[in-house]
Design a protein around this ligand. Structure first.
Ligand code: ZN
Length: 621
């Protein structure tokens, strides 16, 4: 899914002064899981052809012509725009960008139409065998799940551009693109022989899973596991296409070793060198990466992490599908408790693939995991929301994080990554190295995906238990369905590791517990971890801090000033709240902030050493 952009929000929320204590609360919720309504097929499918044009890129208007021909024309034809696109679990209301809608029969006679809800255009066909609908879509937002047209390129997400006739999700269609000037067209859809820039989709699920990039892009083609792959990159930047192709091939090889094959005929990686993030598709991915973010090495490795993430999705979520995630309901939320597997497990495999490909070391892997543990342990929200709840509520929470997210939410990416790591270690330990999480993924691919079945949360637990050779009921109860503190050390010791929360200084440091943001010379409270001194003293998110003990407040000053105080000292804050000046006193707390590190246990046994080596490819040290 759609990754880095949202992860970034979490990091912003975490950035600030110091973090804190928390108040434990239990949230137990029950719910029913609505299933998407199946599409009703007509007996005779229509013949559907789209033409997408962009004659004036500077207007940001993509022009769509949609021809629907049918031997059995209904009296009223309903054309629908999806409200979301798979992989990004938020209702985005793509219909709001549609304008200049008109419709006629093949002879050019205008037909009457009306909107009957937010995303449906109802047309009186008057028996016409072919109707021609035309509309423009305003495209001026570059993300991996929206559209952008400007004088550099067109990127479009078909679910955000192309309508489907009601009940015809299974009908094939073609898309002809009229590029601007000398631009080229790239998409994962197969071309129609003999027709320029025309592509065919077997059904709307495939159409909506195939983004388009149209520009004067740079490209490199390469072969991996005998199949054609290519990068197309729009925008200047400090990237090295040869190196990207070489390293991506290594990632592809390592992924295919887990699953046994490559599940497509060819694969396209679209890169735009602005912003950040990625979205997985059936045989392609759309990526965004800052144009100067391909160097130095650490930032390039972060890019490869993103590539590995989206690539692993070619199996996990695109083919190994959680219950309701495909075929999709494009008009409503599609609820699942399994996004933590779809996204968290995929995130877990990013560095695993890089490690196996020789692109990072076991130490880099363990350091990244220690940082992730620390991030989770600094979120009071971990006692509020379980992985399953976070998955289910993605539609109303994950993409809409506010200042309280740190206190009532966790990320199903980050905690899902951690719990996947813990599960992998559990399986390796319990099976004495015979099985691992790879076997779980492989089994889901062979026994579910290849047999046309989606998997449920119960299936995932059962397959994990099959590989572990023991019940994992307690593990799933505590860490997947529940909100218990993760007992890292009891799990990690299986492979000879321990989590050390070392303290550079055992003296308590003065602690305020408010995350600040500074912009245009204004210092503002961004979030407050529940239970922190600032939280308990009545500071609010949104308060603008004007002065501290009478001194003008800036981020750096405040940090230095607090650090020079002692726990128990009182500090007077002058703040603007709703344009009114107020004074508040905060009694500073005290805290020892630990530094998380994963290290070898003392005197590891041969078995621990062996399991570590089999897992991370190096000697335990
Ligand atoms: Zn993802």
């Amino acid at each position: 899914m759609d990754k880095a952009t949202n992860k970034k929000l979490f990091f912003i929320l975490l950035f600030g002064l110091i973090f804190s204590m928390y108040q434990e609360t239990e949230a137990q919720r029950t719910r029913t899981k609505p299933m998407p309504t199946p599409a009703i097929s007509k007996t005779v499918p229509s013949n559907i052809n789209f033409t997408v044009s962009m004659p004036k890129p500077w207007t940001h208007l993509l022009q769509v012509e949609m021809r629907v021909a049918s031997a059995q024309t209904p009296a009223q034809l309903e054309l629908k725009m999806p409200v979301w696109t798979p992989g990004s679990y938020l209702i985005r209301e793509y219909a709001r960008h549609v304008q200049n809608f008109s419709v006629a029969d093949a002879g050019g006679n205008a037909l009457e139409w009306r909107k009957i809800n937010k995303n449906t255009w109802q047309i009186d066909t008057k028996g016409a065998k072919e109707i021609v609908a035309k509309y423009d879509v305003y495209a001026n937002e570059l993300t991996v799940r929206t559209n952008e047209l400007n004088d550099e390129h067109a990127f479009f997400t078909p679910a955000a551009l192309l309508m489907f006739p009601k009940g015809e999700i299974s009908t094939p269609s073609t898309v002809k693109v009229n590029p601007y000037g000398n631009w080229k067209v790239a998409t994962g859809l197969p071309p129609v022989a003999g027709q320029t820039n025309t592509f065919r989709a077997e059904n709307f699920d495939i159409l909506y899973d195939s983004p388009f990039e149209v520009s004067d892009f740079k490209e490199i083609r390469f072969t991996a596991m005998g199949k054609p792959h290519r990068y197309v990159v729009t925008g200047e930047g400090n990237y090295d296409l040869e190196l990207m192709a070489k390293d991506t091939e290594k990632i592809i090889i390592e992924s295919s070793k887990i699953f046994g094959d490559l599940p497509y005929n060819d694969y396209l990686l679209i890169v735009n060198t602005r912003g950040g993030g990625g979205l997985e598709h059936l045989n392609s991915t759309a990526l965004q990466w800052n144009r100067f973010g391909f160097k130095p090495e650490a930032r390039y490795k972060a890019f490869l992490n993103l590539v590995a993430h989206e690539f692993f999705h070619a199996w996990n979520v695109k083919r190994i599908r959680p219950d309701v995630l495909g075929p999709f309901d494009y008009e409503n939320e599609n609820y699942t408790n399994l996004l933590w597997v779809a996204e968290g497990t995929t995130s877990y495999y990013e560095p695993i693939l890089l490690l196996r490909a020789g692109l990072i070391t076991d130490r880099e892997f363990l350091d990244s995991k220690a940082a992730l543990f620390q991030q989770l342990q600094d979120r009071p929200g971990r006692f509020e929301t379980s992985l399953e709840e976070a998955s289910f509520d993605a539609w109303i929470k994950y993409y809409r994080q506010d200042e309280n997210a740190i206190n009532n939410q966790i990320s199903y990416y980050d905690k899902g990554d951690i719990v996947s790591f813990m599960l992998d270690v559990e399986i390796r330990t319990a099976s004495d190295g015979a099985k691992s999480l790879d076997d779980v993924m492989r089994h889901l691919y062979d026994e579910f995906s290849k047999k046309g079945r989606n998997f449920t949360p119960e299936d995932f637990q059962k397959v994990s238990e099959l590989m572990a050779g023991k019940s994992l009921e307690e593990f799933f109860d505590k860490y997947v369905r529940g909100t218990e503190e993760i007992d890292y050390n009891s799990i990690l010791k299986g492979i000879g590791l321990q989590l050390l929360t070392t303290r550079a200084n055992t003296n308590e440091q003065p602690y305020l517990g408010a995350n600040m943001t500074e912009a245009d010379g204004r210092l503002t409270v961004r979030s407050l971890p529940a239970g922190s001194p600032a939280y308990e003293s009545g500071l609010n998110t949104g308060d603008q801090i004007v002065a501290v003990d009478g001194f003008r407040a800036g981020q750096t000053f405040l940090q230095t000033y607090i650090n020079e105080k002692k726990p128990g000292d009182k500090v007077k804050f002058s703040v603007f709240r709703f344009d009114q000046l107020r004074e508040m006193e905060v009694t500073l707390g005290g805290r020892v902030s630990p530094n998380y590190r994963i290290a070898a246990v003392e005197n590891p046994t041969d078995r621990q050493k062996q399991l570590y080596r089999a897992f991370l490819g190096n000697e335990l040290k």
